[in-house]
Ligand binder design. Structure first.
Ligand code: ZN
Ligand code: ZN
Ligand code: FE
Length: 740
C-alpha cells in the first residue's frame, strides 16, 4: 500500500480493540504485529480490509502466525533509513474536508491559514527532496514546528500525527503579495482586489506557478492570452466549488467524482450555452476544462473572490511551467501585474493533470499532479529494473522495479535544453526516491528525439521500441493484459521500422513484439514539419492524389491558399522535403483543412480538435472506404475520404454533416481493419491507442462498432493514449523482452 495516514489508522484501530503490538514500514510495505484475544484480532483484520483511510491503496494483505511476546501496548515503529524507501512517497492530495473546516473556523488557530494540511491531505510529491519521507527530507525542513504543531505531530490520536508538512501561522510558510497597493495590506485581499480590477495575477501553487484572471472578464483574459503568446489553446477555469462548476458545465456523476476527488485534475466538461465565461477562455470550444480548488490558498482566494478564475500554467507559450521563485519573477514579470507567493519551496515542477470521462471511466489526457508518483501495477514483474525514456511531445519517462511502473510527471515537449534538463534531473530524482538502478534502458526508434540520443549514451542494456508498438503495449499495461491483441495505433507521427513516419497502424501485438498488419496508405508531407503546422498542405497533397492531379479550383481550401498551392503540390509530387507518412493525424488535418476548419494551427492537434467539435453527433452515415490488398498487409486509402469530403462540400452538404461522416468513416476503418486481422489471426481483443483516440466522438463510434461485431475493446484509463503514455509502453516491452 501507499503510506498515507495508514500507520496512525492501524494504531487507532489496534488501540480501540485493546490489542498490543506494533506497526511499521519496510521494503515490502507496511507490517503489523498484533497480539490479544482471537475475537479482537479477527475484528482487527476485518476492519483493516474494510475501512482503510480514504487515501490508502491496499494492494494485498497477507497474514500469518507470530510468537507471543507478552507486549501490553501498541506502538508505531520508527521507519528505518534506507528501508521502506519506495513505499512512502504519495501524490499531492487536495485539501480534505476536516482541514476545510479548520480553515473556516474562526476559533481554530489555522483559521484562514493558506498552508493548512494533515495526514489525509496536503503537499507530498512536490515537496519531497529525498527519502525516507520525513520532514527533514522535504522543502518544509526550513520551518521549525512550534510547540502546538509538535504536540499534534507526536500525538497518535491526532489527525496530524506524523503529517510531515504540518504547520500553522506561528511556524509555517507565509503568503506575500508583490504588486500595486498598500504594502502593509493583507496579501490575499490585495490579490483579490487586483483580480477584481481586471489584473493578471501570478499565483504560486503546489507544483508550479499559475497565471490567473477573472474568467468572466474578457479584457483580462484577452490580455493574459496576448501576453502569454497563447493564441487559441483553451484555458482551464477554476470554480470555487461544485455548485459554481455546475453553472459553467454539465457534470455527470463520473465527472463529479473526478472533479471532487483527491487528485483534482482539470476535467474536460460540456460547456453550458450560457456559461458566464469570457469568449477568450476557450474560443469556439464546446468543452471547458474545469478544476476545483486543491490547496487552502485556492479555497481562500476563490471564496473571497466569489467567481471563477482562469488558471493556466505560469509560462510563456510552450516553455516549462515556472516553479522557482526567482525564475518565476523573471519569466512571468512581463505577463503578470502582481504575484501572490509564499516561502515554501517547490522541489519538483508538476503540472495540473487533465482528464476526460469516457463511458463513466477516466480517460487521462495528461497524468501529472495528484497521480504521480503512484505506481501502476504490471501484470508480470520485470526481471531487472527498467528505465523507459519516452518519446518527445508530452514527454514522460518511466521506471520499473519488480511489478511496479513509476510513470513520471509531465515533463513537456522534449525539444530544448531546458526540458531535457528537467527530464534528466527527474530521472535522478525518481531513481533516488524508489531506489532503482536501471539495468535496461528503453527508447524510441526516432534517431532525432532528445530522449533517444540521451538513452544511447547510457551504460545499460538498450532496447529500442517502435513508437506504435509502445502505444499498444501502453494500452495493454494500462489494462493489465499481455496480449496478443489487434492493436490500432492512430497518432500524429512516429518513426517506423522502415525509417518512414507511421501513424495509422494496425498491429498484431503482444508486449514483446508486433507485426504490422495494415496501415494508412502513405502520402507525402509537403515541407516536412511545416506541413504539421499548416494542415492545408496535407489537404493539397491528399487532394492532388484524390483527383489525380486535377483538383477542382472552386474548392475553398484551394482558393484560400491559391498563392502557394502550385508550389506545394509540386513539392509533394517531387519528393525531397516531403517525407511519406501513414499518419492518421495528418489525414484528420487534411480533411479538417478541406472542410474549412483551419489552414494553420497554433497548438498541436488543433485542427483535429476543432474538427471533432464541428461534427454533428446526430449524423450516423459515413463515407465508404475499402481496404486495399489481401492476406497479410493491407492498406487504407485515406484519399477516398478526402475526396468524399471535397465532393460533399462542393455539393453543398453542411460542414457539420461532412465532419460527422468523416469521423464515422474513420470509425468504420477501425472496425473493418480489425475484422480483417481477426480473419487472419482469430484475435478478438482490440487495443486502441495513440493521440487520435483522445477524440471522444471517434473513440465512442469505434468502440460501439467493434463491440457490435463481437470484439473486446481495451482503451486507456490510467495513462494517456497520447505520447504521455508511451514511456509505460516502452517499459512494458523492455520488461517482457528481458523476461524471455
Ligand atoms: Zn487535511
Ligand atoms: Zn505551528
Ligand atoms: Fe504517438
Amino acid at each position: 500500500m501507499q503510506g498515507v495516514g495508514f500507520r496512525p489508522f492501524v494504531y487507532g484501530l489496534a488501540t480501540r480493540l485493546g490489542l498490543a503490538g506494533l506497526v511499521g514500514n519496510d521494503e515490502r510495505g507496511v507490517f503489523i504485529e498484533v497480539e490479544g484475544g482471537s475475537a479482537p484480532v479477527e475484528q482487527f483484520l476485518a476492519a483493516l480490509a474494510r475501512d482503510p483511510p480514504p487515501l490508502a491503496v491496499i494492494e494485498r494483505i497477507s497474514t500469518g502466525p507470530a510468537p507471543v511476546t507478552g507486549r501490553t501496548a501498541f506502538v508505531i515503529a520508527p521507519s528505518a533509513t534506507g528501508e521502506g524507501r519506495r513505499a512512502l512517497v504519495s501524490p499531492d492530495v487536495a485539501t480534505c474536508a476536516a482541514c476545510l473546516r479548520d480553515l473556516a473556523d474562526p476559533a481554530c488557530r489555522r483559521h484562514g491559514y493558506a498552508f493548512t494540511n494533515c495526514t489525509d491531505c496536503g503537499p507530498r510529491f512536490t515537496i519531497v527532496r529525498d527519502v525516507p519521507y520525513d520532514r527533514a527530507n522535504t522543502t518544509m525542513a526550513g520551518f521549525r514546528m512550534c510547540a502546538d504543531c509538535a504536540r499534534e505531530y507526536h500525538d497518535p490520536a491526532d489527525r496530524r500525527f506524523h503529517a510531515q508538512p504540518v504547520c500553522c501561522p506561528a511556524c509555517g510558510p507565509r503568503l506575500r503579495f508583490a504588486g500595486p497597493g498598500d504594502p502593509e495590506g493583507d496579501p490575499l485581499e490585495r490579490a483579490v482586489r487586483l483580480l477584481r480590477e481586471g489584473g493578471v495575477l501570478a499565483v504560486k501553487g503546489l507544483g508550479g506557478y499559475h497565471l490567473a484572471a477573472l474568467a468572466a472578464d474578457e479584457a483580462a483574459v484577452a490580455a493574459l492570452r496576448s501576453r502569454k503568446h497563447r493564441e487559441d489553446k483553451p484555458f482551464a477555469v477554476m470554480a470555487g466549488d461544485l455548485a459554481a462548476a455546475r453553472r459553467l458545465c454539465a457534470i455527470d456523476p463520473a465527472e463529479e467524482r473526478l472533479l471532487t476527488g483527491p487528485a483534482r485534475p482539470v476535467v474536460l466538461l460540456r460547456r453550458l450555452p450560457d456559461a458566464p465565461v469570457a469568449p477568450s477562455v476557450a474560443p469556439g470550444n464546446r468543452w471547458l476544462g474545469v478544476l476545483l480548488p486543491y490547496t487552502p490558498l485556492h479555497h481562500l482566494l476563490l471564496r473571497a473572490l466569489g467567481s471563477p478564475i482562469v488558471l493556466t500554467s505560469g509560462n510563456v507559450s510552450d516553455e516549462p511551467i515556472a516553479y522557482r521563485d526567482d525564475d518565476a519573477l523573471e519569466r512571468l514579470g512581463g505577463i503578470a501585474d502582481a504575484f501572490l507567493i509564499h516561502d515554501r519551496p517547490i522541489h519538483i515542477r508538476t503540472d495540473d493533470s487533465v482528464v476526460r470521462v469516457f463511458r463513466g471511466r477516466d480517460l487521462p489526457i495528461r497524468r501529472s499532479r495528484g497521480y504521480v508518483p503512484h505506481p501502476l501495477p504490471l501484470a508480470r514483474a520485470a526481471p531487472r529494473p527498467v528505465l523507459a525514456c519516452g518519446a518527445e511531445l508530452k514527454h514522460t519517462f518511466c521506471l520499473v522495479k519488480g511489478d511496479r511502473a513509476f510513470v513520471s510527471h509531465h515533463i513537456g515537449d522534449l525539444e530544448n535544453y531546458e526540458t531535457l534538463r528537467s527530464f534528466v534531473e527527474g530521472v535522478g530524482h525518481f531513481r533516488r526516491l524508489f531506489d532503482v538502478v536501471p539495468e535496461v534502458v528503453a527508447h524510441d526508434l526516432h534517431p532525432e528525439y532528445l530522449s533517444t540520443k540521451w538513452a544511447l549514451d547510457q551504460d545499460a542494456d538498450l532496447v529500442g521500441v517502435q513508437h506504435h508498438h509502445a502505444h499498444i503495449a501502453s494500452c495493454l499495461a494500462d489494462n493489465g493484459v499481455a496480449g496478443p491483441v489487434v492493436g490500432v495505433a492512430f497518432d500524429g507521427l512516429g518513426y517506423g521500422t522502415d525509417g518512414t513516419l507511421w501513424g495509422g497502424e494496425f498491429l498484431v501485438a503482444d508486449l514483446a513484439g508486433f507485426d504490422r498488419a495494415g496501415h494508412l496508405t502513405p502520402v507525402p508531407m509537403p515541407g516536412g514539419a511545416t506541413a504539421i503546422r499548416q494542415p492545408w498542405r496535407m489537404a493539397a497533397a491528399y487532394l492532388d492524389l484524390a483527383y489525380d492531379g486535377d483538383v477542382p479550383e472552386d474548392l475553398d481550401v484551394v482558393r484560400r491558399n491559391a498563392g502557394q498551392w502550385g508550389a506545394v503540390v509540386a513539392l509533394a509530387r517531387r519528393g525531397g522535403n516531403a517525407p511519406l507518412t501513414s499518419s492518421m493525424g495528418r489525414l484528420f488535418d487534411a480533411a479538417a483543412a478541406v472542410a474549412g476548419v483551419r489552414d494553420a494551427i497554433t497548438y498541436e492537434g488543433q485542427a483535429a480538435v476543432e474538427f471533432e467539435q464541428l461534427a454533428d453527433p446526430e449524423v450516423d452515415d459515413a463515407y465508404s472506404c475499402g481496404l486495399v490488398g489481401t492476406g497479410s498487409g493491407f492498406a487504407v486509402p485515406g484519399v477516398e475520404l478526402v475526396r468524399a469530403v471535397a465532393d460533399d462540400l462542393r455539393a453543398g452538404v453542411p460542414r457539420e454533416v461532412v465532419a460527422a461522416r468523416f469521423h464515422n468513416a474513420v470509425a468504420g476503418i477501425v472496425a473493418a481493419g480489425c475484422e480483417r486481422v481477426r480473419d487472419g489471426t482469430g484475435l478478438t481483443t482490440v487495443a486502441l491507442s495513440g493521440g487520435v483516440f483522445q477524440n471522444l466522438l471517434l473513440l465512442g463510434r469505434a468502440v460501439t462498432l467493434l463491440e457490435g461485431r463481437g470484439f473486446t475493446v481495451l482503451t486507456h484509463h490510467r495513462v494517456p493514449p497520447n505520447d504521455g503514455g508511451v514511456s509505460l509502453g516502452q517499459a512494458a516491452v523492455a520488461a517482457a523482452r528481458d523476461a524471455r
